[in-house]
Ligand binder design. Structure first.
Ligand SMILES: [Zn+2]
Length: 226
């Protein structure tokens, strides 16, 4: 088990394994906080009242028989630190750790060398969250994109996105990062009350209706992360 970073939606299943769970040391504290009981209870409530995008109607998306008490008490498992260059040799599957800070300080990717794929978690994508208190600044994220461009791979696997992208998508992300226009960004209602963020889209893209267009890229950022 390797956590790409410490957020609950990426680490909430840790408790189901007794094995060691690898995570970057800079995200261990975040992982503990994110997996705390109150946060888990909030996520259960959220799952029970998940609004349908089209109709706005709320649904309970918890699977039947879901053990809420076990989930709420789950914690974050047996965390073991892992850093840049560590290699997981699974026998014909070689996974090399690459630090990809920005979304969080301890975000990491795994380079699957045989398949020439980089698994990037939330660290690289076309709707990059950079507004959270635990996020680093735009310069750090920009450096992470450039670092990824220098890694030898062909395919980028991102979370929250079923599409496996060609590496060239990083050029779109970099174009977006180097042209962030906060003034003209679209206000974004994030999950944390009191944090104001804006969606800053790549030049030539105007609104969320452009999201499905080829080459779309955006960064959701708050003023203090510019
Ligand atoms: Zn995340």
């Amino acid at each position: 088990m390797v956590n790409s970073h410490g957020h609950l939606d990426h680490a909430c299943g840790n408790y189901q394994f007794s094995e060691e769970i690898y995570i970057h040391p800079d995200d261990i504290k975040l992982c503990r906080g994110s997996n705390a009981r109150d946060n888990r209870l909030r996520s259960i409530e959220h799952a029970k009242h998940t609004a349908d995008y089209a109709t706005g109607e709320e649904h309970n998306i918890l699977p039947e028989g879901f053990d809420e008490a076990a989930y709420a008490a789950g914690g974050c498992g047996n965390l073991v630190p892992v850093t840049e260059g560590h290699v997981f040799d699974l026998g014909g599957i070689t996974l090399r750790v690459a630090e990809l800070p920005g979304h969080t300080k301890g975000s990491i990717g795994l380079l699957y060398e045989e398949e020439r794929m980089l698994y990037a978690g939330d660290a690289l994508n076309g709707f990059l969250w950079l507004f959270l208190p635990e996020s680093l600044d735009l310069a750090t994220y920009t450096a992470t994109i450039k670092k990824a461009q220098g890694i030898d791979f062909d395919w980028l696997v991102m979370s929250h996105n079923p599409v496996i992208a060609e590496k060239a998508v990083l050029d779109d992300f970099l174009d977006c990062a180097t042209h962030v226009d906060y003034e003209h960004g679209i206000p974004y209602e994030g999950p944390i009350p009191g944090i104001s963020a804006r969606i800053c889209m790549r030049p030539g893209y105007r609104g969320m209706e452009d999201m499905a267009k080829p080459g779309f890229a955006s960064i959701v950022i708050s003023e203090e992360h510019l």
